[in-house]
Design a protein around this ligand. Sequence first.
Ligand code: COA
Ligand code: ZN
Length: 302
Amino acid sequence: MTERVVVNDVGPRDGLQNQSRVLSPGQRLQLIQALLNAGVSHIEVGSFVSPKAVPAMADTDQVVAGLPVGAATYSALVPNQKGYQLARDAGVSIVELVVASTDTMNLKNINTSTAQAMANVAEIAGLAQADGIRAMCYLATAWECPFEGPVPQANAMALMQQMFDAGIEEVVIADTIGAADPAGVRRLTAEAAEVFGVQRLSCHFHDTRGMGVANVAAALESGIRKFDGSIGGLGGCPFAPGATGNVATEDVVLMLHQMGFDTGIDLGKLVAAVELAVELTGNCDGGSSINWLRRQVEKGVL
Ligand code: COA
Ligand code: ZN
């Protein structure tokens, strides 16, 4: 039996939120369907945020209403209590909260201090527990903040501890701006794995400096078995200057398969999802491996 690694595609949220072309709920569902066709088991389908702040994520309730029930594990990002209530009313079963590692980043992203963001997380985690909704939390800019620079590992660890103490089930350690390197990833994920256990952790990388898959490999060495990727490498954060796309799902899946892990994903059908992302956004190059993958599809190997 090969070992399973879970790949969570965040293209429909992290990928689309920064696109200048705003897709309709129907187009967003088309992209999600292409991911389902490829066997992607976990999908971040959108966010319940202010449509003035992020126009591309307006009408996420309509996306949620159109999801094929039971086809995958779906989650949605909520930045505050209002977002939580909207997500709950829409029928979301997993909410993702977010706290960045520094006050400046939290102020830019969700307009609160870190302490206030953590207090909100505790409050929303309590509500979620009562409502039977699972609550995850992103530790954004875990390695480096675009405003305050490198983040001491002790700070990142302390914030994760507070998230778990607040009742969060799973923490996603996120390199929001793509500044981390494999050595730093190995250091933080190894300590987090030892203290919190790998089954409660996941990692999220951006490919700004081309180190996305290397960082996935480093976290794998620490025992992490769940990763975010974005179809075609779509992505970027409107509130974090210099952040480019997420590590591409197809690059992560290809690497995992070559390393002998099982993801349940069909790479050939994943390429079809990349082509759809290219067509819908008009602004997607695909991951580093996309041309090689396309040739394998042409040859009938994938
Ligand atoms: N969903 C929809 N609308 C929301 C909202 C949410 N989760 N949170 C706040 N709003 C609306 C309020 O209703 C209000 O609308 P109005 O101007 O029409 O009255 C407006 O946003 C401001 O509300 P306020 O409570 O003062 O919020 P804020 O100014 O402190 O900012 C944020 C609220 C941070 C939630 C908002 O700026 C936001 O959604 N940012 C996007 C964050 C994001 O997506 N980051 C990337 C992913 S981590
Ligand atoms: Zn991201």
